[in-house]
Design a protein around this ligand. Structure first.
Ligand SMILES: Nc1nc2c(c(=O)[nH]1)N[C@H]1C(S)=C(S)[C@@H](COP(=O)(O)O)O[C@H]1N2
Ligand SMILES: [Mo]
Length: 179
C-alpha cells in the first residue's frame, strides 16, 4: 500500500511535529524556574552612602506593619504578606524625598540582594508611596506565618506582573544615588 519511503517520511514528519509545542507552552517553559531553597536570611543590612546598618527580625517586628495581598502569577494564587514598608526603613536612615529632594530620589535606585546572591533593582521612585502606586515591603510573614524557606525577610512589591523581583531570603539593601 504505502511505500517504505512514504512511511519513513510520514514517520519523520510525525516525530518532528511532536516536538513542536504551542507558543503558550513554550512561554510557560521559559517562565518555569527551579526554585532552589537558598540559605536562610537571618539579618538584613541597609547600606546608604557607604554606611551600613544591620537589622534583626525583632527590629523590623517593632516597626509599623503593612499588609499587602498580591497575585503570584507563577503559583497562580493570591498571597498576603505582612512586613515593613521599604520607605519606612529608608526613612530611618534619613532617606526620604523631603531630605534628599525629589530630584535625587528620581536619580536613585535600591539594590535588593538574597543570600544566594540573586539581586534586583528598584528605582527609588517605585518604592516611595508618595510617588508610586506600588507597595514595596520587607515581608516578615505570609498568610500570617513566618515565610519559612523563603527566609526571615522577603522583598515583595505589589504591582509587578511576575514575582521575579520578589527577593527570597533577602539579606542586603543598598541605596544608591546616581550622580
Ligand atoms: N533569592 C532569590 N529570590 C528570587 C529568585 C532567586 O533565584 N533567588 N528568583 C526570582 C524569580 S526569577 C522568580 S520567578 C521568583 C519565583 O519564586 P517562586 O519560586 O517562589 O515562585 O522568585 C524570585 N526571587
Ligand atoms: Mo523568574
Amino acid at each position: 500500500m504505502f511505500s517504505r519511503r512514504t512511511l519513513a517520511a510520514a514517520f519523520a514528519i510525525a516525530a518532528f511535529a511532536s516536538q513542536i509545542q504551542p507558543v503558550h507552552a513554550q512561554m510557560a517553559k521559559m517562565e518555569e524556574h527551579t526554585h532552589k531553597p537558598s540559605a536562610p536570611s537571618t539579618s538584613l543590612s541597609l547600606t546608604v552612602a557607604g554606611k551600613t546598618t544591620t537589622y534583626a527580625l525583632a527590629d523590623l517586628q517593632a516597626m509599623p506593619q503593612k499588609t499587602v495581598t498580591v497575585h503570584n502569577a507563577h503559583a497562580n494564587t493570591d498571597e498576603t504578606y505582612t512586613g515593613v514598608l521599604v520607605s519606612d526603613l529608608l526613612a530611618k536612615v534619613g532617606v526620604t524625598p523631603e531630605k534628599l529632594g525629589n530630584k535625587a530620589i528620581y536619580h536613585s535606585y535600591l539594590k535588593a540582594e538574597g543570600t544566594d546572591a540573586y539581586w534586583v533593582l528598584y528605582s527609588a521612585t517605585e518604592i516611595e508611596p508618595a510617588m508610586h502606586k506600588s507597595t514595596a515591603i520587607i515581608a516578615l510573614t505570609v498568610g500570617g506565618k513566618p515565610i519559612g524557606e523563603d527566609g526571615v525577610f522577603k522583598f515583595v512589591a505589589s504591582d509587578d506582573v511576575h514575582p521575579a523581583r520578589w527577593v527570597r531570603n533577602l539579606k542586603a539593601l543598598t541605596f544608591v544615588t546616581v550622580e
